[in-house]
Design a protein around this ligand. Structure first.
Ligand code: SAT
Ligand code: MN
Length: 602
C-alpha cells in the first residue's frame, strides 16, 4: 500500500465545483503552474464525491476496505515505514527575523525557504491529481472559526480532512460571508516521500503553510498542528485570544452542576482518554462529555470568563493501548466510518493492535505489510498508529460542541509524563503562578514525534512543537490574558505517571482520574480543602475521595510527596530552560522561579 497514486479522472459533476473567489483561483493557478498536475479536483465535501474518492482510493491501493460487518465504512491505510510521526527537526517557522520564531523553533528565512520549496515543488504533481480542499476550523458560526484551503496530491489527506475538518462548500460559503476575507493557504505534496526532502514550513506573516515529502497525519493534515496551533497561536496573539494544545471536557455532577475544563498534555500522553473518560462506579451519576481531544481555541467572553471551542471535527488518536478498559467511548467511536493508519489487519478484515481487548489473532498483516503472528518480535501496530474518526461518533460528545461562542472554562490543567518529582495533582496559587507552572511543564518523550523516546524535555504548555512564534512572547501573551479575565480559570498540574521505587505506576489512571477531577471541581466551586505547600495547593487526605478504590496510604503519600532533592533538580532543569530562552523570558516568570527556589530554601 502506498500513498503515491496516479491521476484520477472523475466523471462530470464530481471534482468540478470550482469556487468563485478570485484570490483562491489565482493562488491555485499559481500552484498549478509550479507543480503541473494532470488535473485539478475541487472538493465540495458532498456524499457523492466522498463515495467516488473512496472507490478510487481502494482501486489505487491507497486504502483497504475493512470488514463491512465488523467495521462499517472503515478503511486501513499504511504509510511508509520512514514516515510515521511528526518530524520536529524539519518543522520550520519562517519569519522575517530569527527572534520572531524564537529559540525553541527552527527558524528559516522566508524568501530562501520559498525559493527552496519552489525548486522542490517544480513539476512535483506531474502525473497526479491536485486536490483543492476548502475547510473550516471551528464551529461554522463561531467568531473564532477560520477558513483554510489545502492543496494536496494525496487522496489519503483528502479522505482524512473530510473527517478532521468541516470540509467543502460550507467553507467556501463561510469565506464569502466573512468580514475580513482571511484564509489560510496550505500546499502539500508527497514528492517521493523521502525523509531527506521532507519539510513542514510555516509562514505566519503570510498565513501560509507548505509541507513536502511526508504523508503522515500531523505533517500533512495542515488544518491540525500547522493551522490550528502554529499559525493559530500567531494569529491568536495578534488578535487577543488563545490557541492551545488542549482537550476540552465537560463534568456534570449528579445535581446537574456543570463545569468545563481544558487540559494540556504533550502528544500521546492520554488527552483523548481523559476527554472521553467514564467515571468509576463510585461516581455514579457523574457525567463526562467531550468538546475536543487535542486543540482548544479560547476567547474572553463578555462576562470576563474564558470560552473555548474545538476547532476540529474529528479525533486523530493514538491506537495502541486503546481498549474497552482504557477508553470504552473511543472503542465505540472507532467501530465505523474510521480511517486506521498503521495498525495490523487480521485475516477476516478486522484490525489489531497491542493492547486491544481479547486474544491476539493467530495471524495478521502488520503495519508494514508483513506477516505477523503472536510469536513475532515486531509490533503488530506501530506505536504511533492512529485512528481518524468523526467526533459525531463519540457517545460522550457534549451537546454544546457546535456552540460558536464556546463553553466557559472553569479550570486549566497542565500535565506531563513524569516518573518522579511531580505529585498526582497540585493547584497553582494564581494565574501568574499557573502560567509559570505551564511554562515549566516537562514530559518524557513519546512515539508521536521522531526523537529520543523516554527522555524528559521541557514542553511548555505542551506547545513546544506547536508554538508558531517566540515562546517568550507566548508567555507574555498568557500573562496579559490573566488580568483581562474577571473570572479566570483556576490552574492545576497533574501527573498520572509517577512511579514507585519498583518502577511501577503508583496511580491506576484512566477512569480513576475522575477522583482528581472531582477535587479540581470542588476547588472551582470553592468548597474543596487543600494544604499549602512550596509548589502550590495539594489536597489533604480528607479532601480527596478514595472510596471504592483499593490503594494504600503509603502509595497515596508517595503520589503526593514533594521531595526536596527532586525539586532542587527540577528547579535546576527549569533554570536550564531559562538559560536557553536567554533574553526572551518575561521578568514575571523569573520572579516566579526565584520565589519557588526561595520556598525550597535556596
Ligand atoms: O501531530 S499529530 O497530529 O499527528 C498527533 C500529535 O502528535 O499530537
Ligand atoms: Mn496533539
Amino acid at each position: 500500500m502506498d500513498n503515491l497514486a496516479p491521476a484520477i479522472t472523475p466523471p462530470k459533476g464530481i471534482g468540478d465545483n470550482e469556487p468563485s473567489n478570485q484570490e483562491v483561483l489565482d493562488w491555485v493557478q499559481e500552484v498549478v503552474r509550479l507543480t503541473t498536475p494532470d488535473n485539478i479536483f475541487w472538493c465540495d465535501g458532498s456524499d457523492e464525491e466522498h463515495a467516488y474518492l473512496l472507490q478510487e482510493a481502494q482501486r489505487l491501493g491507497v486504502v483497504t476496505k475493512l470488514n463491512e460487518e465488523k467495521l462499517p465504512g472503515s478503511y486501513l491505510h499504511r504509510s511508509k515505514a520512514n514516515d510515521v510521526a511528526r518530524v520536529e527537526q524539519f518543522t520550520l517557522i519562517c519569519t522575517p527575523t530569527e527572534d520572531e520564531a524564537g529559540p525553541t523553533n527552527n527558524w528559516r528565512d522566508p524568501a530562501e525557504t520559498y525559493q527552496q520549496l519552489n525548486e522542490m515543488l517544480k513539476g512535483a504533481m506531474k502525473g497526479r491529481t491536485m486536490f483543492v480542499i476548502p475547510y473550516i476550523m471551528g464551529p461554522p458560526d463561531s467568531p473564532l472559526a477560520k477558513v483554510g484551503f489545502e492543496i494536496t496530491d494525496s487522496l489519503y489527506v483528502v479522505l482524512s480532512m473530510r473527517i478532521m475538518t468541516r470540509m467543502g462548500s460550507v467553507a467556501v460559503k463561510r469565506l464569502e460571508s466573512s468580514e475580513n476575507g482571511e484564509w489560510n493557504r496550505g500546499v502539500h505534496s508527497l514528492l517521493d516521500i523521502n525523509p531527506e526532502r521532507r519539510l513542514i514550513c510555516h509562514f505566519p506573516q503570510d498565513n501560509a503553510i507548505i509541507s513536502v515529502g511526508s504523508g503522515y497525519g500531523g505533517n500533512v493534515l495542515l488544518s491540525k498542528k500547522c493551522l490550528a496551533l502554529r499559525i493559530g497561536s500567531y494569529l491568536a496573539r495578534k488578535q487577543g485570544w488563545l490557541a492551545e494544545h488542549m482537550l476540552i471536557l465537560g463534568v456534570e455532577s449528579p445535581e446537574g452542576q456543570k463545569h468545563y475544563v481544558a487540559a494540556a498534555f504533550p502528544s500521546a500522553c492520554g488527552k483523548t482518554n481523559f476527554a472521553m473518560m467514564i467515571p468509576p462506579e463510585h461516581f455514579n451519576g457523574w457525567k463526562i462529555t467531550t468538546i475536543g481531544d487535542d486543540i482548544a481555541w479560547m476567547q474572553i467572553g463578555d462576562d470576563g470568563r474564558l470560552y473555548a471551542v474545538n476547532p476540529e471535527n474529528g479525533y486523530f488518536g493514538v491506537v495502541p493501548g486503546t481498549s474497552y478498559k482504557s477508553n470504552p467511548n473511543a472503542m465505540k467511536s472507532i467501530q465505523r466510518n474510521t480511517i486506521y493508519t498503521n495498525v495490523a489487519q487480521t485475516d477476516d478484515g478486522d484490525v489489531w493492535w497491542e493492547g486491544k481487548d481479547g486474544e491476539p489473532p493467530q495471524h495478521a498483516i502488520d503495519w508494514r505489510g508483513n506477516d505477523w503472528t503472536p510469536a513475532s518480535k515486531e509490533k503488530a501496530a506501530h506505536p504511533n498508529s492512529r485512528f481518524a474518526v468523526p467526533q459525531w461518533n463519540n457517545p460522550a460528545l457534549d451537546h454544546d460542541v457546535e456552540k460558536g461562542d464556546g463553553v466557559p472554562i472553569s479550570a486549566i490543567i497542565f500535565g506531563g509524563r513524569r516518573s518522579d518529582t511531580m505529585p498526582l495533582v497540585f493547584q497553582a496559587f494564581d494565574w501568574e503562578h499557573g502560567t509559570y507552572v505551564g511554562a515549566m511543564m516537562a514530559s518524557e518523550m513519546t512515539a508521536a514525534a521522531v526523537g529520543a523516546l523516554g527522555q524528559v524535555r521541557r514542553d511548555p504548555m505542551a506547545m513546544l512543537p506547536f508554538c508558531g512564534y517566540n515562546m517568550g512572547e507566548y508567555f507574555k501573551h498568557w500573562l496579559k490574558i490573566g488580568p483581562r479575565l474577571k473570572n479566570p480559570p483556576l490552574i492545576f498540574h497533574v501527573n498520572w505517571f509517577r512511579k514507585g521505587g519498583d518502577g511501577s505506576y503508583l496511580w491506576p489512571g484512566f477512569g480513576e482520574n475522575m477522583r482528581v477531577l472531582k477535587w479540581i471541581i470542588d476547588r472551582c466551586e470553592g468548597h474543596g480543602g487543600a494544604a499549602e505547600t512550596e509548589i502550590g495547593y495539594i489536597p489533604r487526605p480528607e479532601d480527596f475521595d478514595l472510596e471504592g478504590l483499593e490503594i494504600t496510604r503509603e502509595t497515596m503519600r508517595e503520589l503526593f510527596a514533594i521531595k526536596g532533592d527532586e525539586w532542587k533538580k527540577e528547579i535546576a532543569g527549569q533554570q536550564e530552560f531559562f538559560d536557553n530562552m536567554q533574553r526572551f523570558m518575561p521578568p514575571e516568570l523569573s520572579a516566579q522561579r526565584d520565589k519557588l527556589a526561595a520556598r525550597f530554601g535556596s
